[in-house]
Design a protein around this ligand. Structure first.
Ligand code: MF3
Ligand code: CO
Length: 249
């Protein structure tokens, strides 16, 4: 069941979203070669979130052990921070959620560590553009799968592929609510979008095959062919003429 959010609920999610955006910005600025994903970056994120009065939504979710997910190179999502040392040429997907006053917001960016290859730069750019193409459809008069259709069209036009196994989601009192928001689909299909729906839209775009697999840690999802993957996400609320981004500073 999809629950529409009241203006008061949206205001709470805006405040959670602001902490998400500020924390992502700090992490993106401090990522460089030599940093560890756990003791440096995850610890910084948890400190920033808790100092702002929030709670890291992912920590303890289905037993997830850390505050954020850090997914490097062929990792698509759900990489667990640890002793890994970042190197120049890596790409790092940073995904985090904040719970504040009973409401969640969730966002992700993927950034280059040190010097990125032209191919990696293009993957990052096109994935972020695909997210924005999806968000443009999060408004009244559109249907749910218009979002995924727009994401898929932009990614495939650039000869990248769209991960199917993982999808975006409704968000609010729970980190994951209905509906599921696929990053692919048929234009004009799916439920009509209505003002007050809060959605986490999160394309995962691969350089090579769309196929993915899970690592033995049972969290990290990687590409089946070992090529790079990028992930961008915003929490948005469906509006009359356009979506409002909630995960912005
Ligand atoms: N942004 C991801 C999602 O919404 C992150 C969840 S990871 C978990 O599904 F650790 F919370 F499981
Ligand atoms: Co999410």
């Amino acid at each position: 069941m999809v629950k529409l959010k009241s203006p008061e609920e949206i205001e709470k999610m805006r405040r959670a979203g602001r902490i998400v955006a500020l924390t992502l910005g700090e992490l993106a600025a401090s990522i460089k070669p030599g940093k560890t994903t756990g003791d440096d970056l995850d610890a910084l994120a948890e400190a920033l979130i808790t100092q702002a009065g929030g709670w890291p939504s992912f920590k303890g979710y289905k037993g997830y052990p850390k505050a954020i997910c850090l997914s490097i190179n062929d990792a698509v999502v759900h990489g667990i921070p640890g002793p890994r040392v970042l190197q120049s040429g890596d790409i790092a997907g940073i995904d985090l959620g904040v719970k504040l006053d009973g409401y969640h917001a969730d966002a992700a960016v993927t950034v280059a560590v040190g010097h990125a290859s032209k191919d990696a730069e293009k993957l990052l750019r096109v994935t972020q553009e695909s997210l924005m193409c999806g968000i443009e459809n999060a408004r009244e008069g559109r249907r749910l799968f218009d979002i995924g259709h727009a994401i898929q069209a932009h990614a495939e036009k650039n000869r990248f592929s769209v991960v199917r196994e993982l999808v975006g989601h409704g968000i609010g009192r729970q980190l994951h609510e209905d509906p599921q928001v696929p990053n692919y689909g048929t234009a004009g299909a799916g439920m009509p979008l209505a003002q007050g729906m809060a959605l986490a839209i999160e394309p995962m775009i691969n350089q090579g095959t769309q196929k993915v697999k899970s690592l033995p840690d049972r969290w990290t999802v990687v590409t089946a062919d070992g090529k790079m993957s990028a992930h961008f996400e915003h929490t948005v609320v469906v509006g009359k003429d356009k979506a409002e981004l909630l995960t912005v500073a």
